[in-house]
Design a protein around this ligand. Sequence first.
Ligand code: BG6
Length: 479
Amino acid sequence: MFPKGFLWGASTSAYQVEGAAFEDGKKASQQDIINQDSYRKFGFATAEIASDEYHHYKEDVALMKEMGFSSYRFSIAWSRIFPDGNGEPNPKGVQYYHNLIHALKQAGIEPIVTMYHYDCPWALVEKYGGWLSRQIIDDFTHYAEFIVREYGSEVRIWTTINEQSIIVQYWTQKCYIPEELLDGKHNQLRYQINHYMNICHAIACNLVHKLVPNGIVGSALGYSCIYPLTGKPEDCMAMQNAQALRNDYYTDIYFKGIYNKAAKTYLEQHGLAPVIEDGDMDLIASGKSDFLALNYYASECAKACPDDGKTVIQWSGVNRSGKKGDISGFETHPGFYQMCRNPNLDTTDWDWAIDPIGMEYMLRDLYNRYNKPLMITENGLGAYDTLNDDGRVHDSYRIDYLRSHIAAVGRAIDQGVKVISYNPWSAVDLLSTSNGVKKRYGLIYVDRTDNDPKNCAHIRKDSFYWYKKVIASNGGDLD
Ligand code: BG6
């Protein structure tokens, strides 16, 4: 089932685990600012301490070794390396990642490094709006070249920009967007940011190919397979439209170097298409991805949405409360498609549809269409956990989720799909991008709440012991 040498591990991202947000020369990223705001609005923890990984990384690498990890995906915080986004590197920040990579290598764990996970240096936001400006391309190039040169002799596997598709959908959570741009008239900027990211992705691919012997590189994409709500032809057509705009619009860039035609036509007709300068598409086409890394949590469902002249474009809603059903809405593009709840699937408390078959469906579909190796760089269950009096966290629900999804990866492999790694979300509990720290994903529990960082003790959950068995059997023993 799982081939020899398959990479097992888990994932995190810098601002969601590290903390030490203003320590050892690091300056703010846009996530430090965004999360200060969500602390004020919703009471969610800030990124200032997060899981305190900056001070716990040695302990966690030892725990990863104990679980038998052969890989670990993490991201580098741009503003730890370049506190002002550009200029001179911060020696202590540079050293931190050397230490982490060194500890991983010593433990026999292959680092999988993400260059950018939502945390643009705040200095660049103040200077020119961050990703809102084309100027970011030069600063990203400077940063990417520096880290590839600095760590390239020890890091073979690189992912570029985390989840462009999710940044388009949830742009205020993943990017700092000033209030005055939120009046509904500036939505084209979502796709403009994505265009700049496509250019940066291509530049990053070219850098890895030039500077890292045997290096491989690709995007880590937030991806949900999409089903039609019914077998009615108009729902099936809506499903294809949603597939084009939500998924193919990204994957066609990575593997064909073009914008998907159906999605592009829709965006042009609605004033949402990015401005493309001469040479952009050639540059994008030059950046070849070696693989596609997938962050899969849930499938989605689409239905027809006739343009009645009254319905307006709406973007994906979010559930902030953690009470099932509280989702604030579904993405709607009149005349193209509307996303909706799938009545056939149960959801998490935050309304994410639980669908292991969707994992198999996605892997088979993408491999058949692009014939490139696939990695799972995120997959997991956001849930409330309880630290019991016995000092244990009995997260059987998480084990059930992971078990069924790993089995689905195994079935895809049996069908001939080339999957090279499985790194679920997350190695340790962390600061969720939308729901604070009470929504937990980790195999390792972090003893803190949204209000109280306590001592951030790191504690093995039941899923930790279960995953250890899974890895030891190379995916053969999922019981
Ligand atoms: C992915 C992101 O979209 O989903 C992660 O890459 C994120 O950063 C994860 O944490 C789960 O989403 P959330 O909103 O529950 O944290």
